[in-house]
Design a protein around this ligand. Structure first.
Ligand SMILES: [Mn+2]
Length: 236
């Protein structure tokens, strides 16, 4: 049995090739996964209403339900695009939700999983915004926005940010910050650290410790597998 680690698929539209590629990949692995660990930004936009989900995500949610029925444990670390995962993930899918990341124990390994948006301790502005967006009061306010309007606002914001970047590849791996973050977890007794968020795959081993940054799911789908006590990072 394997554990599969995925991040930053940024799904929006089931007609996109990367969306259908992910569904095919998950279906091919059904019955072989001990757990599926989603490390955030799986959805380009998600907020968890109590009684409805965005229709664009139904194909993935159904795929997750089939995995869960086949015995796969679902784990979700919230990203900066998908948080307040809500009742659907918790109750319907039986998913273990780690809003800020945390500990996963597998095959005698102590693994720290995180989305990766909190690795820079100097980024106080982002931390403040993050705390505000995740506050319970903010969640209650968000739930008052009709889902169709929330979806339209999110699509508008996403298009605006894509225009601002002018189609340039803005993904960069802050290697030193990431290493410092990982070493600090290693000193707490973790032997592996896995993050997403940077869209650039990296595997770094030092002594008996392993750091993995997952890539994304755009041109080269990236994921990590833990099997027989060892990690492999794929980017193909
Ligand atoms: Mn992110």
């Amino acid at each position: 049995m394997k554990d599969l680690f995925l991040a930053d698929t940024h799904l929006v539209d089931p007609r996109d090739e990367r969306y259908s590629r992910l569904l095919t990949f998950l279906d091919e692995n059904r019955g072989q996964l001990r757990s599926l660990v989603m490390l955030g930004d799986i959805f380009d936009f998600w907020i968890g209403y109590r009684h409805c989900v965005f229709s664009a995500y139904i194909p993935l949610l159904e795929s997750l339900r089939r995995l869960s029925e086949a015995g796969t444990e679902l784990v979700f670390v919230e990203g900066n695009h998908d948080f307040h995962l809500g009742p659907y993930f918790r109750d319907t899918l039986g998913c273990r939700i780690l809003p800020d990341g945390g500990c996963l124990e597998r095959d005698g390994r102590k693994i720290f999983i995180a989305h990766g948006d909190l690795i820079n301790p100097r980024d106080q502005g982002y931390r403040l915004l993050r705390r505000f967006l995740r506050h319970n009061w903010t969640r209650h306010l968000m739930m008052m926005i009709p889902p169709d309007s929330a979806w339209r606002i999110a699509r508008w914001a996403s298009a605006k940010s894509a225009r601002k970047n002018g189609g340039r590849d803005r993904h960069r791996l802050p290697r030193e910050d990431l290493l410092a973050f990982a070493r600090s977890r290693f000193s707490e007794g973790y032997d592996t650290v896995i993050t997403g968020h940077f869209h650039v795959p990296l595997m770094h081993r030092e002594k008996r410790h392993t750091l993995i940054a997952l890539g994304d799911w755009s041109t080269k789908p990236s994921y990590a597998i833990l099997e027989n006590g060892d990690f492999t990072l794929y980017s193909c």
